[in-house]
Ligand binder design. Structure first.
Ligand SMILES: C[S@@+](CC[C@H](N)C(=O)[O-])C[C@H]1O[C@@H](n2cnc3c(N)ncnc32)[C@H](O)[C@@H]1O
Length: 231
């Protein structure tokens, strides 16, 4: 088991409480992610949630699209157990324990979504390759949106983003915990990429209407669509 999987296996029980204290405007970010899906509410859209964790995004997708067929993917069994509890009784939801690099998408997805997970893909090349795989999995007219931690365009902007992030955490987390636990975890485990590079990769891969839907300092929701008529 690698370090990141172990982290989430151990944190699963407490995750929903922790994330609200660590991620600025987490509920608003997920609201932006889900409300941007351009489908009729009653459609049985096929959706994949990558790094579903405790199932918060999938639950929001099902609330907005009750007939959606949702595949929840995560490497950590304990996170999937929490997701199964959160989504208990929801029809049309399946759970797959897999690492991103070993997950085989079903073709014809209407939407691929992810929150706070794809930054765990290590290199820029890993992210680009995976974005291409996501593009290939989409039906024409399908969309990919990612809510994630990102890097700013230069060091000055990045420094400001980090200060703002720390200021947010300080509202409910002690300085010792931030500096002794959460920042070391960020530097050791997280591999965010520059947002502007990611937008470029998405366009190069063939996504249309690439855009940033929501952003506050180092957190953003962004993505694009697969043009109609393209397989
Ligand atoms: C910070 S949590 C986010 C969970 C959820 N999407 C949310 O926003 O609440 C990141 C999740 O990604 C999963 N994850 C990390 N790396 C992964 C990988 N390589 N393959 C699959 N899942 C991964 C973790 O197990 C964890 O559940």
């Amino acid at each position: 088991m690698d370090r990141i999987q172990r982290h989430f296996e151990e944190e699963a029980d407490e995750f929903d409480g922790i994330i609200l204290r660590l991620i600025p405007y987490y509920p608003e970010m997920l609201e932006a992610l889900v409300s941007t899906l351009p489908f009729e509410a009653s459609r049985p859209i096929r959706v994949t949630d990558l790094g579903c964790g405790t199932g918060t995004v999938a639950a929001r997708v099902k609330a907005a699209f009750p007939n959606a067929l949702v595949t929840c993917v995560d490497i950590a069994a304990n996170m999937l157990e929490m997701a199964k509890k959160k989504l208990a009784g929801e029809p049309g939801v399946r759970f797959v324990q897999a690492g991103f690099n070993h997950f085989d998408f079903d073709a014809g997805q209407d939407a691929v979504v992810s929150s706070l997970a794809l930054h765990h893909l290590v290199s820029d090349g890993d992210k680009r390759d995976f974005y291409r795989k996501i593009h290939d999995s989409l039906a024409p007219g399908g969309v990919f949106y990612n809510a994630d931690v990102v890097l700013a365009a230069n060091d000055g902007l990045q420094k400001t983003a980090m200060e703002k992030w720390k200021a947010f955490m300080l509202k409910s987390v002690s300085r010792d915990e931030i500096e002794g636990k959460w920042l070391p975890k960020y530097y050791e485990e997280d591999r965010p990429a520059r947002l502007k590079d990611q937008l470029k990769w998405l366009e190069e891969i063939g996504f249309a209407d690439v855009d940033v839907i929501w952003k506050t300092y180092n957190y953003a929701v962004y993505g694009g669509s697969k043009p109609e008529g393209r397989n």
